[in-house]
Design a protein around this ligand. Structure first.
Ligand code: SF4
Length: 310
């Protein structure tokens, strides 16, 4: 097992439930996507994996492990940013405005491989060429704001790959890009994944993009996993009404229901999809149990394949 999340729960310090319990396991070579609407808690999982939960938010239960070692405060040197790479959502916020692009690229090799900057940049040159980053000598001397959005995101991808990771976590990496740049970035990641045999977890609200980049899907709703399984099966016959709604939004090429979810502190008991579900029944006031295995299952009282609306 390479990346294992067991019964992870995240809450505000005041007790409000935000995420979990989440169970998942990702191995080298596997391509997973975590899909959900805005506010469903997707990015909290990435933040928990990298120990950067926002102030006032805590992991209250469960464990996170990578390559057999715990992730968190006591995480061994060389794990996060080394064997486990991270591509952030907003490169302009993630990059230090005072460091050049070249200085950014040299950061992780210095920490994890004890490499001097010149040595690291020479080693990374073929990767930068492969990612289509400019070869002119002044490019790596630019500050982040002097590069385009697509270039900044490819620098973040190069940083994540700079220490030859086994797994990547990509946290909505194409949010700040236009449609052609999104497709280009997705193609670059897929190419690197094939060449290096990487595994990844790609977090996105866009089911169409998830279908392009992942073999297996995890669908998150109101902080809970509600459906998981092979991408092809979930697209052909979604069982959870939330998955069906994400699919409908992807077909219409629209953003799925922004603002649909109640704020966590205002959610009633049970399934948070109730206000929008035309299959709701009494049992939905309690959370349905997860039926299936880790990475392949469903949490719903009246799934779409259970016949006509109850
Ligand atoms: S049937 Fe019930 S559990 Fe299933 S999505 Fe609708 S409200 Fe949620």
């Amino acid at each position: 097992m390479n990346l294992t999340v067991d019964a992870l729960e995240i809450r505000r310090t005041v007790g409000t439930h935000l995420l979990g319990p989440i169970d998942l396991c990702i191995n080298r070579g596997e391509r997973w996507a975590l899909v959900g609407e805005s506010g469903s808690g997707k990015s909290l999982l990435a933040q928990a994996l990298f120990g950067v939960l926002p102030p006032g938010v805590l992991q209250t239960a469960g464990s996170l492990r990578a390559f057999g070692a715990p992730l968190g405060a006591g995480s061994p040197e060389g794990l996060r940013g080394g064997r486990l790479g991270w591509v952030p959502q907003e490169p302009l916020l993630a990059l230090n405005p005072l460091l050049t692009l070249g200085e950014h690229l040299a950061l992780l090799p210095a920490v994890h491989r004890n490499e001097a900057p010149d040595q690291a940049l020479t080693r990374l040159r073929p990767l930068l060429d492969c990612l289509g980053l400019p070869r002119d000598p002044g490019f790596l001397d630019r500050l982040p704001h002097q590069a385009s959005g697509g270039e900044r995101q490819r620098i973040c991808l190069a940083m994540a790959l700079s220490c030859d990771p086994d797994l990547l976590v990509l946290d909505e990496p194409t949010t700040a890009l236009d449609a052609p740049a999104q497709r280009d970035f997705a193609e670059q990641v897929r190419l690197q994944q094939r060449e290096r045999g990487l595994g990844y977890l790609w977090i996105t609200h866009d089911l169409a993009l998830a279908a392009l980049v992942a073999d297996r899907l995890l669908v998150l709703q109101g902080g809970h996993l509600v459906e998981a399984g092979p991408t092809e099966r979930l697209l052909r016959s979604p069982r959870h009404p939330c998955t069906a709604r994400l699919l409908e939004a992807a077909r219409r090429q629209s953003t799925p229901d922004p603002g649909f979810l109640e704020a966590p502190s205002r959610r009633g008991p049970g399934c948070p999809f109730q206000p929008r579900c035309d299959r709701v029944q009494t049992g939905c006031r309690n959370w349905a149990p997860w039926r299936g295995s880790r990475g392949d299952g469903l949490r719903c009282e009246a799934p779409l394949d259970a016949g006509p609306r109850p």
